[in-house]
Design a protein around this ligand. Structure first.
Ligand code: NAD
Length: 491
């Protein structure tokens, strides 16, 4: 690491990015961004007003036609150039994410790799937007199906993966030929601002991507969503906010993609490789300090191996080093703020009050920063809040099951349906669970599924649409059908 924290923070823009210019907010207000490991302010940036939001729509709408007409290869090359620049600055982006979000540096580096892959993948996909041509069934005409950019898109991202959640939307939107307005979370806006500067350097024309940072998300977003020039809303965040935005988007009949909350079940059968299951569990639970939509929320473990699984995972949890994400060897950084600590603690208390056993951890950590002990709870009683709500913290909850039908019933007993994890050596059982578990994704004997080349997304209240894979670009493309007469009859 060559750059100091203060030098890096000084390089991050503190203004809004609209129409290719870094401009102050018309509100005159500012947002203080904190380091969750110290609680200290690390940077102050512009706080956009609703008027700024509309200026961003103006900018995106003004260049929509020219960006759509830009050769796909050129669009792809700009994304590829951004990928290369990101590799050169991987250490800077990793440090910036650790500073504003708190995750350990090694994980932040992993996010640079993961987030960067969307730039490379969709840079490649830009030149593979194909259609169909064929004879109609009656034999009287020719049918053409082609795909065109949806149009100006509004992209709203959460705080937990500041780079990857942005590139997972920006890359397919730009590859498809859509212009965009990005609104990062007010808790972690710096990575998106720094990334917009990188895109500028990669040669992205002015106005194609605009960034607005605001502390009044609802007030600034509503007029954008209602603007008739906007054609698409892509949101990643919590289910309650997603529902609200779907209602707003319906008024303007917008195309929507919704990547919402999760409550992932992690099933361990009696025939599982227990060491593999514990390795997978550590990743599925403690990556991002438990603050992932894909985090394993409920460990559903066969009663014959539940004690052994609990003992093994507890031994691993007790070895985790807690601290500031920049320190060597740290595996557990802070939660995003004190509110997140309060929420995790309330869920733990409720579970214990209802009869769960606290095996290890279970307390907030005093001192500066928003830290919570890695925790294991076993014997969670049905009806506990912790089985229903996203924990978003480093807490393992273990629930025993008796047979496969019982495990499936427990796993599906949630309004969410993002991802499930299954550990079993029985291939037929694994195949049955692909069909019986109600989730958009499944890890079969693995604890992490995310990949730029795969369609990421959920069913039920976890969302609508898919990001990544060959599916991802179609979230930003309309389908147009054209019929022409039989050319042999046309004279
Ligand atoms: P959040 O819903 O509070 O906020 C998400 C974004 O929406 C932020 O940018 C926020 O400023 C903005 N927002 C909030 N209210 C708004 C409003 N009224 N109008 C417009 N924008 C508004 O979620 P969060 O706390 O930032 O992120 C955590 C949540 O995100 C969890 O529920 C997690 O599961 C989910 N998540 C889902 C995925 C996925 O791919 N499914 C990925 C990451 C996080």
């Amino acid at each position: 690491m060559t750059i100091s924290e203060s030098d890096l923070l000084a390089k991050v823009p503190d203004r809004l990015f609209i129409g290719g210019k870094w401009v102050p907010s018309t509100s005159g207000r500012s947002i203080e961004v904190h380091d969750p490991s110290t609680g200290l302010v690390i940077k102050t940036i512009a706080d956009a007003s609703p008027e700024d939001g509309i200026r961003a729509v103006d900018a995106a709408a003004a260049v929509q036609q020219s960006w759509a007409a830009t050769a796909p290869r050129v669009r792809g090359e700009i994304l590829r150039g951004a990928f290369d620049l990101l590799q050169e600055r991987a250490d800077e982006f990793a440090l910036l994410m650790t500073l504003e979000m708190g995750k350990p540096l090694a994980e932040a580096r992993g996010e640079v790799t993961y987030g960067g892959e969307f730039l490379r993948w969709f840079g490649e996909e830009a030149v593979r937007i194909s259609g169909r041509y064929g004879v109609n069934p009656e034999g009287t005409g020719r049918m053409i199906v082609t795909h065109l950019p949806v149009g100006p898109s509004f992209l709203i991202t959460p705080w937990n993966f500041p780079l990857a959640m942005a590139t997972r939307k920006i890359a397919p939107a730009l590859a498809a030929g859509c212009t965009a307005i990005v609104k990062p979370a007010e808790l972690t806006p710096l990575t998106t601002l720094y990334f917009a500067r990188l895109l500028e350097e990669a040669g992205l024309p002015a106005g194609v991507l605009n960034v607005i940072t605001t502390s009044t998300s609802g007030d600034v977003s509503a007029p954008i969503i209602a603007d008739k020039r906007l054609r698409k809303l892509s949101f990643t965040g919590s289910t309650p906010v997603g529902r609200k935005l779907l209602t707003q988007a319906s008024e303007n009949v917008l195309r929507t993609s919704m990547e919402l909350g999760g409550n992932a079940p992690f099933l361990v059968f009696d025939d599982a490789d227990l060491d593999g299951a514990v390795d997978g569990a550590m990743l599925a639970k403690f990556r991002n300090i438990g603050q992932a939509c894909t985090a394993a929320n409920r460990f559903i473990v066969h009663e014959s191996v539940a004690d052994e699984f609990t003992a093994r995972i507890t031994a691993r949890v007790n070895e985790l080093t807690i601290g500031r994400g920049t320190d060597d060897g740290v595996a557990i950084g802070p939660l995003i703020n004190d509110g997140a600590v309060d929420k995790a603690d309330a869920l733990v208390r409720d579970a214990i009050d209802r009869g769960a056993t606290l095996v290890t951890g279970g307390s907030r950590i005093d001192g500066p920063g928003s830290f919570y002990q890695p925790t294991v709870l076993s014997g969670i009683v049905a009806g506990s809040d912790i089985l229903r709500e996203e924990i978003f913290g480093p807490v393992v909850t273990i629930v025993p099951f008796t047979d496969e039908a019982d495990a499936v019933a427990l796993a599906n007993d949630t309004e969410y349906g993002l991802v499930s994890y299954v550990f079993t050596r029985d291939l037929a059982r694994g195949q049955r669970l692909v069909e019986t578990l109600q989730t958009g994704m499944m890890g079969l004997n693995v604890g992490v599924v995310s990949n730029a080349a795969a369609p990421f997304g959920g069913v039920k209240q976890s969302g609508i649409g898919r990001e990544g894979g060959s599916e991802g670009i179609h979230e930003y493309l309309e389908t147009k059908y054209v019929l022409t007469p039989d050319p042999f009859l046309a004279g």
